[in-house]
Write a protein that binds this ligand. Structure first.
Ligand code: BJW
Length: 226
């Protein structure tokens, strides 16, 4: 199982959250990434996500995404990618077995009927929900205090895997940050691939530092015996 975070998309030009010059710089996290912030100022939050959704048109998967897609070609159902990212770069690289635990920029969520339609346009100014017509669409992303998606499926994959690899995540957001310990306690070998040691590095059996665009293809080659 491979857990990915913002660092895997950094070399594609998608900003991370907590690095220098990252997304949170200049943004109050509580204002743009909590349900309370959204309730306070819907327009500000919609504008923040509309800009990020639009920026997807200008980025491409990098060698790290492509290497994971290649690994899936070889391993099939023996590989699951769980991403905290809301971009679509894994899918565009060719990965099919991807769980977006923090949602997707290219979906909206209707607060009136609960539907989650695919959404490529801006959410300002409040277009109607294609299912129920209510003007109650929000970005389909998971904010602090909300429950991430597919936790049962992820929990089964983490506790059932023999190799747990974390790529490009600071290990500062739960429940994802706790998966390495769960995998280790279930007997998996754990490997971190990150630009620098993360907050959770001490929990991994093995830590490799460097850019994901180099480390992930190298590791995939090694695993496939290339
Ligand atoms: C490179 C690189 C390169 C750079 N190559 N590497 C337990 C303890 C304490 C608190 C909590 C807890 N449990 C829950 C909480 C509360 C909270 C939480 O974790 N708070 C923390 C601040 C402590 N968690 C929640 O509220 C979660 N919900 C929850 O727990 O529900 C309760 C529940 C759980 C389980 C069962 C039942 C109930 C929800 C968390 C939602 C997070 N949402 C966000 C926003 C999503 C939408 C959006 O994109 O705007 O998700 S926040 C943000 O952080 C985003 C990311 O997915 C997430 C993680 O960030 P990530 O990916 O790690 O990015 P960075 O920037 O932090 O790190 C990048 C890394 O890459 C760095 O290390 C770089 O060095 C590296 N890097 N370039 C390789 N080229």
């Amino acid at each position: 199982m491979v857990l990915t975070g913002a660092g895997i998309s950094a070399e594609s030009g998608v900003r991370t959250f907590r690095d220098d010059g990252g997304l949170w710089e200049g943004h109050d996290v509580n204002a743009v990434a909590t349900p309370e912030g959204f309730a306070r100022d819907r327009e500000l939050v919609q504008r923040f996500y509309d800009a990020r959704r639009r920026s997807l048109a200008h980025v491409e998967p990098n060698p790290a995404h492509l290497a994971l897609a290649r690994l899936e070609e070889e391993l099939g159902e023996d590989l699951l990618v769980v991403t905290q990212n809301v971009d679509d770069l894994h899918e565009r690289a060719g990965s099919r077995r991807v769980v977006h635990m923090h949602g997707e920029l290219l979906r909206a969520a209707c607060e009136a009927c609960g539907s989650r339609p695919r959404w490529e346009e801006d959410l300002l100014p409040s277009p109607p929900c294609p299912v129920c017509g209510a003007r109650a669409l929000r970005p389909d992303v998971v904010w602090f205090g909300e429950v991430p998606y597919e936790l049962d499926r992820i929990g089964r994959a983490v506790s059932g895997c023999d190799l747990f690899v974390s790529v490009g995540t600071s290990g500062s957001v739960y429940p994802a940050a706790g998966y390495v310990s769960l995998a280790a306690s279930s007997g998996a070998h754990t490997l971190e691939l990150n630009l620098e040691p993360s907050e959770g590095s001490r929990f991994f059996d093995e830590v490799r530092t460097g850019p994901a665009g180099r480390l992930v293809p190298e590791w995939v080659e090694e695993l496939l015996g290339g």
